[in-house]
Each structure stands twice: as structure tokens, then as C-alpha cells.
Design a protein around this ligand. Structure first.
Ligand code: FCB
Length: 474
């Protein structure tokens, strides 16, 4: 065996045995088949039909047709050697109007998907809510209404009852920050409302939904592992000035601590409640105990760092919304988001793996004893198919490599990090950005639905096979 072969087979950075190597998607972004087998309408079906909501007026009626191609997609996952696949269940497939009778054809689809994954050696990780609220529930008030939390618990229990015998790992709500503040404050996401006070109520009810669902699922089975997924950012003040430091405190409060403190300490941070002033008062007795019921793991989605300034009108960062929207930063609308001087992805998001390191150490220190999983991390770039038919996406590969190195360093430093899911397995419908932003490890030709693993996918497959990273970072 040559030295070269030895080096390839024995990675320099070995991850612990049992580390979960995965990739993630969500229902609305990939499934298509929006009117099939009794699926009801979701807020995204309504939103994409409204002019000006999505770049180029695109929608996900067909998306990448995963609903019909799931068997081939699972085979591809197995070929890549994925240990786990995180997908979401579409609530309106299970309960077309968000409550009442279960649509058995909807349940059957996910049941077949789970069976296919298990038969292929890929562990299914289910997310119960990745933003596709049944339209009927939005019509009844949406997430600003407390009732929606209760409906969610019933839906979660129905899915858990059907799949809990085969699915061990569960995530309740994905990124409640986005669902609440992009959905109800800025209006960038469905349902597109711009009602800041309602957005804060929505955030509370998404957390309450998580808590109620967790208790309902625990009552069904003791062996399920349950967590919630939060999107955390590293946050830096632009300068050491008091105004900039206060801006960082505010954004860290709304983005990170509001959710972490509620889930893991059973309280909202006092400074954030003060910033929100009269937009509070929705917490009822017992809510915080429900929200902070013990979790088996915390799922973290990490993409970037924000650099913020308390001086309005600073040099705006490139990471703007694609459509005309308001501010998601309820009560802190004057904070400016400025460029931090790092390279950016096609989303304009600054690439900063040190931010992930910082966050992992912080979460492990401030919220100890909870196992962590990176449930999303990845990057959009303007991929080109080379003359050889391959997408040589070195930038994406380097992004994931750098963030995995950070994960390894965090584990070495004692952080209880148990797994990593790349976002995304395949190119897909990127919400208000439509199909223009490609996050996939696998390229999808939207005309033919052909899937072609990019260089990053092949590299990730090798990383999984070796159980770690070889060679120096580039
Ligand atoms: C996250 C979402 C996911 C995808 C990535 C890029 O906020 O959870 O659906 O859009 O961003």
C-alpha cells in the first residue's frame, strides 16, 4: 500500500464512532405533487400565487418531483453512503385542513419512504414542521392564534403514532425564528403578513406547539429521541461602541437567546422582553414549563455570522431579502446589518466557520448537558456544469469541509456534538428565492429532473466512508 493510499484510508481528523453523517431536505422544497392523494393547501401554495412574493413568480407545484421519485432518491442516498436523511412531513398531506381526520394516503407516502430508507441502510430523521402550515389554519388565525399550537400537537401525535415504530429521531418545529418573523413580521415568507406584534405571538405559539407535541409524543413512546431545530447565528458588533454592542445584544436576543432560553431554561430573556415592550403578554400560566420539557437533543441550523451596528444607515450587508419586505427584527428595526468583510455565498451570506465554533462552545457552556446535532449547514453557489458533465463545486466542498473541521474541533473541546446534516441533499425550491439558488450536494436539472451528484457529494461520500477528513484544509 502506498503512503498516499494509507493517508486516504486513515483520515487525519477522525470523528467519533456513531457520529451521524446526514443530509437534509424539506417537504415543500422537494416533493411537488401538491394536489395529489388528498393533500390540502398550505400557506406556501397560496403565497407563491401572489405576485411579487417569489423571484420570477416560481412555485413548487412540481419542485423536484420527489413525491414520485423518492425510490430513486433513496437509492442515490444509499450510493452516497449517507448514514441519515432528515426530511419533513407535509402537514396538509396528513390533515388537509389542519385538523380532524387523517388522510391515510398522505401517511402511506411517508411510511413507504421510511421503509425504503431503512431497507437501504439510511436512518430516517423526521421534522414535523418545515413551514407548510395548512391554509385552513392560517385562515383561522395562523400561528398568532394559540389554537394552532394545539392542532400541531394532534398532528404530531398522528405522525408519531404512524411512524414511531420505525423512526427514532424527531424534530418538532424547524427554525421557529423564520416561521414567526419572516412569516408574520417581514413578510418574506408565507403567509406574508407584516404584523410585528403578531409575529412575537407566533414565535411563542411555535414554541408552545413544540412543547405540546413533545409531551404528546412522549406519552406514546418512551424511546423516541425528540428535539427542536433552531437557526442560530454568530453575531458581532461592528465596533466596540456602546451602540454597536447594544445592537449585537438585541439581535442575539431575538435570533438566539429567545429560543434557546425558552427551550432550555424555561424563560424568555428579560432584556428581549423589555425590547419588545408592549408586544408581550401572551404567555399563559404553565406555558414555559410545557416549552422547556426535557429534550433529548438540540438541533442547530448554522449558516453565517451577522455583523451589526447601532448606527442606522451603515454600509448595508449583501444579504438582503429577494422581494420587497419589511423588517423581521421586531422592536429592533433600527439595527443595521453591515458587511463583515468575509467572502460570501450566492445568497450574500458571509462564510464564517469560526462562527459555528463559537456557537457550539457557547451553547455547550451556557446550556449544558444537552446533546447537539447540526441539522443544517451548507451553501448556495452559482454552479456550472463543466464540459465533462460534472459540477466542480469546490466552493461548496470547501465550505462544508471548513465547517466539519470546526465540528471536529468542537468535539475535541468537549462539545457533545453527535451529528451533521448537510443542507441540502439536492438542489430545490429555495423559498422566496425560487430555483435560482442551488444548495444541493446533488445537482437537479429542473427541466429533466435528472440528478447528478456534484463534486461536493462525491467528496462527502468519501468523507463518510473514511469517517473523517483527510489532508490539510484548502
Ligand atoms: C434554512 C431553511 C431551509 C433552507 C436553508 C437554506 O433556513 O431551514 O429550508 O431554506 O435555510
Amino acid at each position: 500500500m502506498t503512503t498516499q493510499e494509507t493517508r486516504i484510508q486513515t483520515p487525519d481528523l477522525v470523528f467519533p464512532t456513531g457520529f451521524v453523517w446526514g443530509a437534509a431536505t424539506s417537504a415543500y422544497q422537494i416533493e411537488g405533487a401538491v394536489s395529489e392523494d388528498g393533500r390540502g393547501r398550505s400557506i406556501w401554495d397560496t403565497f407563491v400565487q401572489q405576485p411579487g412574493r417569489v423571484v420570477n413568480g416560481e412555485n413548487a407545484d412540481v419542485a423536484i418531483d420527489h413525491y414520485h421519485r423518492y425510490r430513486d432518491d433513496v437509492r442515490m442516498m444509499a450510493d452516497l453512503g449517507l448514514g441519515a436523511y432528515r426530511f419533513s412531513v407535509s402537514w396538509p398531506r396528513i390533515q388537509p385542513d389542519g385538523s380532524g381526520a387523517i388522510n391515510s394516503k398522505g401517511v402511506d407516502f411517508y411510511s413507504r419512504l421510511v421503509d425504503e430508507l431503512l431497507a437501504s441502510g439510511v436512518d430516517p430523521w423526521v421534522t414535523l414542521y418545515h413551514w407548510d402550515l395548512p391554509q385552513a389554519l392560517e385562515d383561522a388565525g395562523g400561528w398568532p392564534s394559540r389554537e394552532t399550537s394545539k392542532r400541531f400537537a394532534d398532528y404530531a401525535a398522528a405522525v408519531h403514532d404512524a411512524l414511531g415504530d420505525r423512526v427514532r429521531n424527531w424534530s418538532t418545529v424547524n427554525e421557529p425564528w423564520c416561521a414567526a418573523f419572516l412569516g408574520y413580521a417581514s413578510g418574506e415568507h408565507a403567509p406574508g403578513r407584516r404584523e410585528p406584534a403578531q409575529a412575537v405571538r407566533a414565535a411563542h405559539h411555535l414554541l408552545l406547539a413544540h412543547g405540546l407535541a413533545t409531551s404528546a409524543m412522549r406519552a406514546q413512546r418512551a424511546d423516541s429521541r425528540i428535539g427542536g431545530s433552531v437557526n442560530l447565528y454568530a453575531i458581532s458588533p461592528q465596533t466596540g461602541s456602546e451602540a454597536d454592542r447594544d445592537a449585537a445584544r438585541r439581535i442575539d436576543g431575538l435570533q438566539n437567546r429567545f429560543f434557546l432560553d425558552a427551550l432550555l431554561k424555561g424563560e424568555y430573556p428579560a432584556d428581549v422582553l423589555a425590547d419588545l415592550a408592549e408586544m408581550t403578554g401572551f404567555v399563559q400560566d404553565g406555558d414555559m414549563e410545557v416549552i422547556s420539557a426535557p429534550l433529548d437533543m438540540l438541533l442547530i441550523n448554522y449558516y453565517s455570522r451577522f455583523t451589526v451596528s447601532g448606527t442606522p444607515g451603515g454600509a448595508a450587508s449583501a444579504a438582503a431579502a429577494p422581494t420587497g419586505t419589511g423588517s423581521p427584527w421586531v422592536g429592533s428595526e433600527d439595527v443595521s446589518f453591515v458587511e463583515g468583510g468575509r467572502p460570501v455565498t450566492a445568497m450574500g451570506w458571509e462564510i464564517d466557520d469560526s462562527g459555528l465554533h463559537e456557537l457550539l462552545l457557547r451553547v455547550a457552556r451556557e446550556y449544558p448537558r444537552i446533546p447537539l446535532v447540526i441539522s443544517e449547514n451548507g451553501a448556495a453557489f452559482d454552479d456550472v456544469v463543466g464540459a465533462d458533465g460534472v459540477v466542480h463545486d469546490r466552493e461548496r466542498l470547501n465550505y462544508i469541509d471548513a465547517h466539519l473541521r470546526t465540528c471536529h474541533a468542537a468535539i475535541e473541546a468537549g462539545v457533545p456534538l453527535e451529528g451533521y446534516f448537510a443542507w441540502s441533499l439536492m438542489d430545490n425550491f429555495e423559498w422566496a428565492w425560487g430555483y435560482g439558488k442551488r444548495f444541493g450536494l446533488v445537482r437537479v436539472d429542473y427541466e429533466t429532473q435528472l440528478r447528478i451528484p456534484k463534486e461536493s457529494a462525491l467528496w462527502y461520500a468519501g468523507t463518510i466512508r473514511r469517517g473523517g477528513l483527510s489532508g490539510p484544509a484548502e
